[in-house]
Design a protein around this ligand. Structure first.
Ligand SMILES: CC(C)(COP(=O)(O)OP(=O)(O)OC[C@H]1O[C@@H](n2cnc3c(N)ncnc32)[C@H](O)[C@@H]1OP(=O)(O)O)[C@@H](O)C(=O)NCCC(=O)NCCS
Length: 159
């Protein structure tokens, strides 16, 4: 039976692996903007949370959320290919949503590459709805789909 990855806060030793997963799964074809230095800043900064899913020494996935006064922004999320469709993405997002609620922040926003229909379907399944398109958001070459979930509403996709 497949083992279940443990979720926990990243430390600075995870920054290189997180940046590598981001380059591979999120920023493919773009100039990498989430460098090791930027991920390290997010790990250190109190307004952001870098969550990792560990399976032994391997990083099976990660997510980064930045907290504002009234909204939180899900900046990055990825699950390594061999670990997909086992509920890990849902667990990572759920963990961060719970932290946002604990901090009194109920609205979560994110942008997603418009061509990434798998991610759009994933976010819809977690109760996110589309709120608009931002033209050429990604380095002037790809549009972003903006999505949002208000955690005070209990409705989920399809209901
Ligand atoms: C999007 C991503 C994080 C989902 O992670 P995951 O661990 O596979 O997702 P889960 O197993 O938690 O999926 C939960 C539900 O979301 C939906 N879902 C997930 N992936 C889906 C896909 N490829 N197509 C359709 N629906 C999908 C399903 O309803 C799924 O439930 P089910 O498996 O019981 O049908 C993962 O595919 C990924 O890392 N993709 C590359 C990076 C990326 O696109 N990141 C997001 C944009 S920043």
């Amino acid at each position: 039976m497949a083992q279940t990855p443990d979720l926990g806060l990243a430390d600075l030793r995870d920054a290189a692996a997180v940046a590598s997963l981001s380059r591979r799964y999120i920023e493919a074809g773009l100039e990498p903007s989430w460098t090791v230095e930027r991920v390290s800043r997010a790990i250190r900064h109190s307004d952001s949370t870098v969550l990792v899913a560990r399976l032994g020494r391997e990083l099976a996935g990660f997510a980064i959320m930045q907290f504002g006064d009234s909204t939180a922004h899900l900046s990055l999320l990825a699950v390594a290919t061999g670990h997909r469709r086992r509920g890990l993405g849902r667990r990572l997002v759920g963990w961060l949503e719970d932290s946002a609620v604990t901090a009194g922040t109920f609205v979560i926003r994110l942008e997603c590459r418009i061509g990434n229909q798998d991610a759009v379907r994933f976010y819809r399944a977690q109760g996110y709805r589309e709120t608009g398109v931002v033209a050429r958001y990604y380095q002037g070459v790809e549009d972003a789909l903006r999505m949002e979930r208000d955690l005070r509403r209990t409705t989920t996709a399809g209901s």
